[in-house]
Design a binder for this molecule. Structure first.
Ligand code: HAM
Length: 420
């Protein structure tokens, strides 16, 4: 038997209602904040992500699904959406039609990470990108939207962490400080971090090696060396969060695993999902549009992992979905009526009544069992003498009452059924 590839999973019919419930909440919140839906291809030219996310990041260095197509073009399954959205923004000059473009997405992503609870190789994100304004109010909006969505799903054990990475100049100065601090400890760093010491020293903060983490624990903090503008913007974000009653912590080590961030970064963690705690993350990326060939344009955004959020919801039992039901199950008493039943079901379905019936020549008892299993609200019995007199029996499955319905009044019956 061929099985699903490691790190991927089927979303079976029993799980779909949870996904739909989450997606409805996501769409409602994004619409309230006036974000418009965007969909981009599943694969892009590899250069887009390499340039956009950064060569030295774990995503580009170790996790991308990259392959050559028959014309020898290097393609990559999208590991994230921000670079893809910016590519579309530049390619279609979306900024020419509107100076602030607010977009959202729900889409599968692909990263070849080691699978574990809450970490997959194909996973799904929802997220938003606001391109065209440097206002820190928009950074706060990203946190407000993501927090609101998580709260709407009933999640409680949430921690909002924020940090600022400053402008590129601030960061260059800070990198020098970090280099000085690590210079005499360099030899004790892991091999990856020793390389990053030379190529992109900030990425050492991403290291999962414990000894690296110990070494950088007392390093100077970027947040203590911010430029005036970044400092002021950070204050505005903090102020807005307080006004929105969103509790937050400042986490100076929150550099995030992608190179494009400037100024604000944030993550929302859950205390209910084990090791992979980040439900969502994002921040400002004022240089990415230019890096990918567009005009200099400030932007900010976030993305959240759906599988991880649903895991947190399950562990916190944060919401429950009413059991799936159908309106009517038609029970055939007389085997000759098969095609009449099929015709009747067709009529009801056209009136938007959900209907099912038996296709397996089962006994009346077995058909009733099926009606119960399908959680039918009503059972319609067809057959016997009553049918010959033009009458059907309708049983209300929630209270057991029965009523007789003339077959030629089926339309009126449907209208009544819809009102109930
Ligand atoms: P990210 O932090 O790489 O950011 O991913 C965002 C979220 O996606 C994570 O917090 C996590 O919940 C989920 N996620 C990431 N990798 C996996 C995985 N292997 N399995 C399951 N869930 C995962 C970004 O992707 C940025 N594009 C966010 C952003 C948008 N920044 C600005 N705009």
């Amino acid at each position: 038997m061929i099985k699903a590839v490691t790190g991927t999973k089927d979303i079976l019919p029993a799980d779909i209602p949870k996904w739909k419930y989450l997606e409805e909440n996501v769409q409602r919140v994004f619409q309230n904040f006036n974000y418009k839906d965007i969909r981009t291809p599943v694969f892009e030219e590899t250069a887009l992500f390499a340039r956009g996310i950064g060569e030295e990041t774990d995503i580009v260095g170790k996790e991308m699904y990259t392959f050559k197509d028959r014309s020898d073009t290097s393609l990559t399954l999208k590991p994230e959406m921000t670079a893809a959205v910016v590519r579309a923004y530049n390619e279609h000059s979306l900024g020419a039609q509107q100076s602030l473009v607010k977009l959202f997405y729900i889409s599968p992503m692909f990263r070849q990470e080691r699978p574990q609870a809450g970490r997959f190789r194909q996973f799904h994100q929802f997220g938003a990108e606001a391109i065209g304004s440097k206002s820190p109010l928009l950074d706060a909006e990203m946190i407000q939207m993501s927090y609101e969505i998580l709260v709407s799903l009933g999640l409680k054990k949430l921690t909002v962490k924020i940090n600022s990475l400053g402008t590129p100049e601030t960061r260059e100065n800070y990198k020098k400080l970090l280099k000085e601090f690590l210079e005499d400890k360099k030899d004790k760093l892991s091999e990856d971090s020793r390389r990053r010491f030379e190529t992109n020293i900030l990425r050492i903060f991403d290291s999962k090696v414990e000894s690296d983490q110990k070494l950088i624990k007392d390093a100077p903090k970027l947040i203590d060396h911010l430029d005036e503008e970044s400092k002021n913007d950070f204050e505005v974000v903090k102020e807005q969060l307080k006004k929105s009653n969103i509790p937050f912590e400042i986490d100076p080590a929150l550099v995030r695993g992608l190179d494009y961030y400037t100024k604000l970064t944030f993550e929302i963690d859950s205390g209910s999902v084990g090791a992979q705690t980040a439900l969502c993350g994002g921040g400002r990326y004022d240089l990415l549009i230019e890096t990918l060939g567009g005009k200099p344009t400030p932007a900010t955004g976030f993305a959240a992992g759906i599988e991880r959020i649903l895991l947190a919801c399950e562990n916190e039992k944060s919401f429950s979905i009413p059991e799936h039901s159908i309106n009517v199950y038609i029970v055939r008493i007389d085997n000759k009526l098969e095609s009449v039943i099929s015709e009747l079901a067709g009529k009801l379905r056209k009136e938007n009544v959900s209907v099912d019936f038996d296709y397996l020549q089962r006994s009346v008892k077995a058909q009733m069992r099926e009606a119960n299993k399908l959680n039918a609200r009503y059972v319609l019995f067809l057959g016997g003498d009553e049918y010959n007199e033009g009458i059907m029996n309708l049983k209300n499955m929630s209270n057991g009452t029965e009523e007789k319905i003339p077959i030629d009044l089926i339309r009126e019956f449907v209208a009544k059924l819809k009102q109930r």
